[in-house]
Ligand binder design. Structure first.
Ligand code: G3I
Length: 347
């Protein structure tokens, strides 16, 4: 409780500081300037749908939670893809042009029944789930689906496979089976492996690339790598970012900066003024946008912010600390980071 009080105190302190240098007054929009899609995520719980703010600033939306397995797989024999149809309609109404599906196979946000399910039968569940998911995607109308995170976070930081329930049942073949079920979809639906810390940890990035190469060698389609990008004002460096992007494209994969947010308070210890932190954050956003915009066009799937306003971010809830990691503040005013992203794209 004390911690919640402290977080609230920081929030008030932060939002009461003088505002002029801490806002961006440009009326240009990233999505109108970028030559690649600019995405965001919105949660049905946050329910920004009614304000339609997202479609004004972003042209693609990623499903933050509604298309994960706990929402779609009621039982081993019953999958309900109504949330996909609902989201397509709402995203279209909110003015988005495209939808990125996140995420099919993951070790989190699983349905409760799965923890008691016999491990040797998960193979069958995974195949049927992926097959029906692919079919639902191919039948989606009202919005253009451009890509799918087929498998999420299958690797540990040391490059070994995460020992999740899928891995315990099928070894790394679960990843292959999942991608196989999506591979026959129209190639306009781009297929992604998505993971975090790839720009910070070259061992993990190498393992992700080796995994994707192995998948391709087995005859399945993998179009790109989602680099998540939950980073902070201190790291990764511009050099680390550039090297990671370069490595991914040199191996023939598109890059999706899939879950971008930049923490200003990664160690839960505010040591600078809000203006200084927002400036540092703007510089880091500028690096990401500049380096990404320098990539050859055919490798640019797009940049997706993990939320619109700071009040929508998963970080304060998950880590129980104050943070403001996005390009809009909690009132949906543009922060300096928004202007710096615009500058990076205008170069
Ligand atoms: O749906 C319940 C709702 O019924 C309940 O009233 C409410 C009370 O807290 O909780 C709701 O579930 C929450 C869910 O988000 C929907 O809001 C969960 O508690 C909460 O844990 C969940 O957090 C999500 C998190 O994934 C779960 O791991 C975040 O919103 C989402 O941003 C985050 O996204 C992940 C990506 O999928 C993968 N990469 C990392 C990223 C950040 O963790």
């Amino acid at each position: 409780m004390r911690q919640v009080g402290f977080v609230f105190f920081l929030l008030v302190l932060f939002s009461c500081q003088k505002t002029s240098p801490s806002l961006c007054d440009s009326d240009k929009e990233l999505k109108d300037i970028a030559s690649f899609p600019i995405g965001t995520t919105e949660d049905d719980v946050v329910a920004n749908w009614t304000t339609a703010i997202g479609g004004k600033y972003f042209n693609r939306i990623t499903s933050e939670n509604v298309l994960k397995m706990d929402r779609l797989a009621q039982s081993p024999d019953s999958f309900d893809f109504f949330p996909l149809a609902k989201m397509s309609r709402e995203a279209n109404n909110a003015g988005y042009e495209a939808l990125h599906v996140h995420t099919v196979i993951w070790h989190k946000q699983l349905p409760q029944w799965i923890s008691n399910y016999p491990s040797q039968e998960l193979d069958d569940v995974l195949t049927r789930y992926c097959r029906e998911y692919a079919k639902a995607i191919s039948q989606t109308e009202l919005i253009r689906i451009t890509g799918i995170d087929v498998v999420n976070e299958a690797l540990n930081e040391d490059g070994t496979y995460r020992n999740n329930l899928w891995f315990q049942s099928m070894g790394r073949n679960y990843i292959l089976k999942a991608f196989r079920e999506f591979s026959s979809l129209d190639p306009n639906f781009k297929l992604f492996y998505n993971d975090f810390n790839l720009a910070l940890n070259p061992i993990k990035l190498d393992a992700a690339l080796d995994l994707c190469d192995w998948l391709r060698s087995q005859g399945v389609r993998v179009d790109g790598i989602g680099t998540q990008m939950h980073i902070n004002i201190h790291e990764p460096s511009a050099n680390d970012l550039a090297q990671a992007f370069e490595k991914i494209i040199s191996r023939g994969y598109e890059v999706h900066v899939s879950e971008l947010d930049i923490s200003i308070n990664p160690y839960n210890k505010i040591e600078a003024s809000s203006d200084k932190l927002l400036q540092q954050q703007a510089e880091k956003f500028h690096e990401v946008f500049r380096l990404y915009s320098e990539l050859p066009k055919k490798y640019q799937y797009g940049i997706t912010l993990w939320g619109i306003g700071d009040g929508d971010s998963w970080i304060p809830t998950e880590f129980k600390r104050f943070d403001a990691p996005l390009v809009f503040d909690q009132n949906y005013s543009k922060k300096p980071a928004y202007c710096s992203c615009l500058r990076a794209l205008e170069k």
